[in-house]
Design a protein around this ligand. Structure first.
Ligand code: SF4
Length: 477
């Protein structure tokens, strides 16, 4: 390949999608492509190939994907676009129609938009090497090359649903500086509103020894923490010798098998927070930050959602975490406006969140998803009403976050450097999930991205970019 052709990727959705995008970018970089940090290349130059890693959690996420795809096809007329992810897994036909409508053909009439279902992301990682070996002289050769790659792989469409799960292990960090390990994918539950399980299939888990090897590698490379992520990590199950490890068992293995690297959990389901899990969460190396997938505080709504717990389970879990940890950062997901959610139901949700005093609430309006049981449920709640309920929860969230920051002013915490700008001012995330703006004294060594350090939380910061200003007290070895 004479010219280094360029690649970029738009990532929508969850941490899992972000990790899989990192891995794909890594595969293109390894094949000699220049990876652009921003999809629309800096200085007006667009990438030769842009991937869109889609999400299907809400109608809005899909709408955004369509908007991005149309814009790429319009603004980058000679680039190729790869569409993958959960939306591409479930609505391939819809995206094919979009391709036709948007004239996704090159000047020579060749196709330049390619749809690769999310379950075939693993295979997509073979495309860069295939292209590099074809040694294209310029981007005009890409459409036919990608088409021949698609033709080669299109045959065995049957391969999905856990037969060959994808366990990407990105070595570089093109878009994020914190380290993530994908330990689980898919889900065996049947929440009535959820499309994720339809897109990602049944629950599968990374082998425990492989998870340990990846964590050891990150520790050896100097990372201060790793985020364990998946679709539903509470469903983690993997054989270890004659026994089977669950999430608590995996955490124990990872902590005993490494020296000091910390672990952060992506999110937890209330009914999967068992006593053995609570016990292991006591460890000082497990970050004091828990995102609980609550969804509603009304027992009636939770039943209609097909969730296996009641509001009392959530309250008990929060109280238990506060016993185990020193004022942990508790956050949650809440869906408002679920079919049948009356005023009283929402009051129960609001009261539960107010009683628990979450430091953050990720609230979003219910979005009917095709193929889910809830999509045909009645009575519907108006978008306006659902939006009002989101707004009142977000106001509660802002108050909770401000109160939480206040409680931590003047205290020292461990943090991980997030941004790589070579200046004495940088972003970091604390062990208890506060976004910090840190300053290193002139001439003082500042931590590298992904590295841990200790800092004192000085003053609140209301720029929206950070929660507080931190002052470095020690860079961890
Ligand atoms: S637990 Fe429910 S909401 Fe979460 S991925 Fe599984 S089915 Fe979907």
């Amino acid at each position: 390949m004479t010219l280094p052709l360029s690649f970029s990727i738009y990532t929508l959705g969850c941490k899992l999608n972000q990790l899989e995008s990192e891995a794909l970018a890594g595969a293109f970089a390894a094949a000699g492509f220049r990876v652009l940090s921003r999809p629309e290349g800096a200085h007006g130059q667009d990438a030769d190939i842009t991937a869109v890693n889609t999400c299907t959690v809400t109608g809005k996420a899909e709408q955004k994907a369509r908007r991005v795809i149309r814009k790429l096809l319009r603004d980058c007329p000679s680039s190729c676009v790869l569409v993958t992810g959960c939306y591409a897994e479930l609505d391939r036909k819809e995206l094919e129609r979009l391709a036709l409508e948007s004239g996704a053909l090159s000047k020579t009439g060749e196709r330049r938009l390619f749809i690769i279902p999310g379950s075939r992301k693993k295979i997509l990682q073979t495309l860069p090497a295939f292209l590099a070996s074809a040694r294209p002289e310029n981007r005009q050769e890409l459409p036919s090359l990608i088409q021949s790659w698609m033709d080669t792989h299109e045959g065995n469409r049957e391969m999905r649903d856990g037969d060959d799960p994808d366990w990407p292990n990105p070595q570089g960090s093109f878009f994020r500086s914190r380290a993530f390990i994908k330990i689980q994918d898919g889900c065996d539950k049947h929440c009535s509103f959820c499309r994720v399980r339809l897109a990602r299939g049944r629950s599968v888990s990374l082998e425990a020894e492989e998870a340990l090897a990846r964590l050891r590698d990150l520790e050896a490379r100097g990372f201060g923490e790793a985020v364990l992520t998946g679709v539903n990590i509470g469903l983690y199950r993997a054989a270890a010798g004659k026994t089977e490890l669950n999430m608590a068992g995996l955490l124990k293995l990872l902590l005993e098998g490494t020296a000091g690297i910390a672990l952060r959990l992506s999110s937890l389901e209330p009914d999967e927070m068992t006593e053995d899990l609570f016990e292991i969460l006591r460890s000082a190396r497990i970050r004091s930050h828990f995102h609980i997938s609550v969804q509603s505080g009304s027992a009636a709504v939770l039943r209609r959602m097909g969730r296996n717990y009641g509001p009392e389970t959530v309250e008990a879990a929060a109280a238990r975490l506060r016993e185990l940890k020193d004022d942990p950062f508790l956050a949650c997901d809440i869906i408002t406006g679920f079919p049948g959610e009356g005023e009283r139901d929402f009051e129960e949700t609001f009261d539960l969140c107010r009683r628990i005093g979450f430091a953050w609430i990720h609230a979003f309006p219910y979005s009917p998803r095709p193929g889910t049981a809830a999509a045909s449920m009645k009575p519907l709640v108006s978008e306006r009403e659902a939006g009002k309920r989101v707004a009142s929860l977000m106001e509660l969230a802002r108050q909770g976050r401000a109160a939480y920051v206040q409680r931590w002013l003047g205290r020292s915490v461990e943090a991980v450097c997030e941004s790589g700008e070579d200046s004495c001012l940088f972003h970091a995330v604390s062990e208890n999930y506060l976004r910090l703006l840190c300053r290193s004294a002139p001439g003082e060594e500042r931590p590298l991205p992904g590295r841990a350090f200790t800092c004192r939380i000085n003053t609140p910061e209301n720029s929206g970019e950070a929660d507080a200003v931190g002052e470095i007290s020690r860079t961890c070895p």
